[in-house]
Design a protein around this ligand. Structure first.
Ligand code: NAD
Ligand code: 6OD
Length: 480
């Protein structure tokens, strides 16, 4: 029987709403039917969140919230296999990736947020004449809107600190990946959260749940991860109410490889940064600048790694690479394969649709594509493609590498590969991005700031940065 995913409002699942399909991108099969939230359901969700803040949830102490978050982490681990199955069916990603990245990080996100609040003090300034101290109040009702590429990881990355700091949330998962958010609603309720603390509204963006949430008059802030142009639409929607926003948006991330880099580990790292999750991680490298003397060697090494990728079912131990999220996204990625050809790029490998066998032909599979022979102004070098792709370009000097890497409207992430550590620190620090890795990629400490500049976002989350976004300080000044 086909599963039905419902909205979760005020502590229960609610029936009703126009239905849409949740499709498995591996073979195009139906995972579930989903009920979209209309304006009235979104309104009920926001009212439930407000009632929780004014009621039982508002009376939770910081210690109570910390204990709740730790129970949520424990419950995520107890229901690990269900979350894993949901994430794999919605995204088509290989099981080890969903296990080691998405679901593991969901529990870690709750524990990190609990630790943050458990160790929290207040800012205070004592002089002969006055004591100033700043108490932090939750923002209130926070709208959380997330994409499909790392659905549970990105949802919990925002929900955990929001709840840790005393907010109530209304979350809008991606229409492509609604299942893990639905399970998280059960888990948070099982852990003892009062009704209304965590609400889920399903649906799309414009004219649907996303827009209803961002235009709702009783939402106090929006935290969003997704495309830059969606961020821009959300900014417009919240502008009349001057709401605080935290935006983690698109990227067109550069890797810079110097000729003293350790070739084997660099090519390994580059391959991971280009092909992980079929290139559908906002941090993935899509531009590779290689010092001229080792250009051919690096290009050949990366092309070999691309040829070694194995497409297949998520639970097949041979599978390294899943499909793209949808046929629509595949059309976008393939349109860039055509643009690359028009721009005169030389294709090193791939660039088509792989043969995956009859069983999987309904899936949204693409081969990777690696290009050379283009300059920095080419569209394939400037625009986010969000697939298993990279353009490789040579450089001669450090200054040139920094200039080329920074020549982008995005500013999310970079990776620098060199054994000269002085140069490594210098160049990594000169990248105009939120996260710059040296001789590694996507190595995370959840206390460090995460986010981007330019088209890649507004603000940072992680550790103290999350605390600042999800709370409002009230400074109390006492005359002594
Ligand atoms: P998207 O912007 O299309 O959708 C993201 C979410 O926003 C979905 O839930 C969608 O329904 C909703 N939405 C769409 N239009 C809306 C509107 N007008 N109002 C309110 N909500 C709206 O992004 P996507 O295609 O799901 O995800 C891929 C994009 O996300 C890529 O650009 C990627 O780089 C970016 N991303 C960024 C980060 C980061 O941390 N910087 C992380 C993951 C993904
Ligand atoms: O690791 C994280 O905390 C994070 N926000 C990752 C985002 C990845 C983008 O696709």
């Amino acid at each position: 029987m086909t599963r039905l995913l419902q909205n979760f409002v005020g502590g229960s699942f609610v029936a009703g709403g126009e239905e849409f399909d949740d499709v498995n991108p591996v073979d195009g099969s139906l995972v579930a039917r989903v009920q979209a939230a209309d304006q009235e359901v979104v309104d009920r969700a926001v009212r439930a969140a407000r009632a929780a803040l004014d009621g039982a949830w508002g009376r939770f102490t910081a210690a109570d919230r910390v204990a709740l978050l730790r129970r949520v982490a424990d419950r995520i681990e107890a229901r690990f296999d269900e979350l894993l199955a949901a994430e794999v069916a919605d995204t088509g990603k290989p099981v080890p990736l969903a296990r080691d990245l998405d679901v593991t990080r969901a529990a870690a996100n709750f524990r990190a947020a609990a630790d943050l609040v458990a160790g929290l003090g207040v800012d205070s300034f004592l002089t002969e004449t006055a004591l100033n101290y700043a108490v932090r109040r939750p923002l209130g009702v926070v709208g959380v809107i997330v994409p499909w590429n790392l659905p549970l990881l990105l949802l919990t990355w925002k929900v955990a600190p929001a709840l840790a700091t005393g907010n109530a949330v209304v979350v809008k998962p991606s229409e492509e990946t609604p299942a893990s958010a639905t399970l998280l609603a059960e888990i948070i309720a099982e852990a003892g959260a009062p009704a209304g603390v965590f609400n889920v509204v399903h649906g799309f963006g414009p004219g649907s749940a996303g827009e209803f949430l961002t235009t709702h008059p009783d939402v106090d802030g929006i935290t969003f991860t997704g495309e830059s142009r969606t961020g821009s639409a959300i900014m417009k929607a919240v502008a009349p109410r001057v709401l605080p926003v935290s935006f983690e948006l698109g990227g067109k991330n550069a890797a810079v490889v110097f000729d003293d880099a350790d070739l084997e580990s660099t090519v390994d790292g580059l391959a991971r940064s280009v092909f992980t999750n079929t290139g559908q991680v906002c941090l993935c490298t899509e531009r590779v600048y290689v010092q001229r003397g080792i250009f051919d060697e690096v290009a050949a090494g990366l092309a070999k790694r691309a040829q070694e990728l194995r497409f297949g079912r998520p639970d097949d131990p041979e599978t390294t690479t899943g499909p793209l999220i949808s046929q629509g996204h595949r059309e976008k990625v393939l349109s860039y394969y055509a643009i690359a050809e028009q721009e005169g790029a030389r294709l090193l490998t791939g660039g088509g649709i792989p043969s995956v066998g009859e069983e999987l032909t309904g899936g949204s599979w693409v081969e990777p594509a690696l290009w050379t022979g283009v300059g920095n102004s080419a569209r394939i070098v400037q625009e986010e493609i969000f697939g298993p792709v990279a353009a490789l370009m040579p450089f001669d000097t450090e200054e040139e590498a920094i200039r080329l890497a920074n020549d982008s409207p995005y500013g999310l992430a970079a990776a620098v590969w060199t054994t000269d550590l002085q140069r490594g620190h210098r160049v990594a620090g000169a990248m105009r991005v939120g996260m710059s890795w040296l001789n590694t990629w996507y190595l995370r400490d959840l206390r460090s700031p995460f986010g981007g500049s330019g088209l890649s976002g507004i603000g940072r989350e992680g550790g103290a940065h999350s605390l600042h976004f999800y709370t409002e300080p009230t400074n109390v000044c006492v005359k002594l």
